[in-house]
Design a protein around this ligand. Structure first.
Ligand code: HEM
Ligand code: HEM
Length: 222
């Protein structure tokens, strides 16, 4: 029997769409407007979002918790052999791998950005604290490798979502917008009460404050 299951709580949905907007804004600000200050500011917003998602993966709604989408090789093989038999809500095993790789690529892009220098007057706040060899390695990765890897992975992510939506008639985008999916009633719903949402506001504020303090510390010790 199927029923309406809350898969993505509001904080996870807001995290997702804020991440999409801030990554796009960060890339557009450097590639189109060549505005490094805004490029970095959007990067700092992404840092706060990633930190928040890390914490939310421990205390967030059921399907947002990392323990509930921890992918295993045997689950992945089972899913690949019989995708139609997969009845759990949340990310399927391939989606879980993809999310882990995507978050890691974004994290790497951020960390190398902090240590990059554009040789035109702008450098990330980590550059005064590391050797010039590390700065050039970080810059090379950030500008020549990382941006393309991330772009490739984002395209793969969107293609996978489009395939599931159009070919498999699985309304994943609708679920990332409304939070709900029609699933086997044995699936637990993610908690998404007012109390949970206020907890998310508090945690995001703390994550932003931590990002701010870290940046200030890097700045004052330079
Ligand atoms: C810069 C572009 C994007 C990035 C970095 C990104 C990143 C992510 C991440 C990290 C997740 C995991 C959510 C979580 O558990 O916290 C996710 C899931 C998802 N994203 Fe995106 N996303 C992007 C663009 C899009 C777009 C354009 C769409 C659709 C129009 C989309 C639809 C979805 C859907 C439906 C899921 C849930 C997949 C599932 O049910 O397993 N994403 N995305
Ligand atoms: C996930 C977040 C980020 C993304 C997606 C991103 C993406 C990019 C892209 C697409 C470029 C253009 C490379 C080119 O010219 O072809 C770039 C350059 C650059 N970014 Fe980022 N970036 C991010 C975070 C940051 C952060 C936080 C900083 C530092 C505060 C930073 C510092 C730089 C610098 C200094 C360059 C110039 C590198 C050069 O001219 O060789 N980035 N970034």
């Amino acid at each position: 029997m199927n029923s309406l299951v809350k898969v993505w709580d509001l904080p996870t949905r807001l995290f997702h769409w804020a991440l999409v907007l801030s990554i796009s804004a960060s890339a557009i600000s450097v590639l189109v407007f060549e505005h490094m200050v805004w490029h970095a500011r959007f990067g700092y917003l992404i840092a706060s979002l990633l930190l928040f998602r890390l914490v939310w993966g421990l205390v967030g709604g059921y399907w947002s918790r990392f323990v509930n989408f921890k992918p295993s090789f045997s689950d992945s093989l089972t899913y690949l052999r019989h995708p139609a038999n997969w009845t759990r809500a949340g990310h399927n095993p391939m989606g879980s791998w993809s999310v882990i790789v995507m978050l890691s690529l974004i994290f790497l892009q951020l960390m190398t950005g902090l240590g990059s220098d554009d040789d035109a007057g702008f450098s990330g706040p980590l550059t005064p604290h590391i050797s010039s060899a590390w700065v050039s390695l970080a810059t090379r990765y950030h500008a020549d490798v990382g941006q393309w890897l991330l772009l490739f992975w984002v395209c793969l992510h969107m293609a996978a979502v489009a395939y599931q939506t159009v070919m498999k008639k699985t309304p994943l985008v609708k679920a990332m917008l409304s939070g709900y999916r029609v699933m086997a009633h044995t699936n637990p719903s993610s908690a998404d009460s007012g109390r949970h949402r206020w907890l998310a506001v508090l945690l995001f504020s703390i994550c932003s404050a931590i990002t701010y303090v870290c940046l200030k510390l890097l700045d004052t010790q330079a």
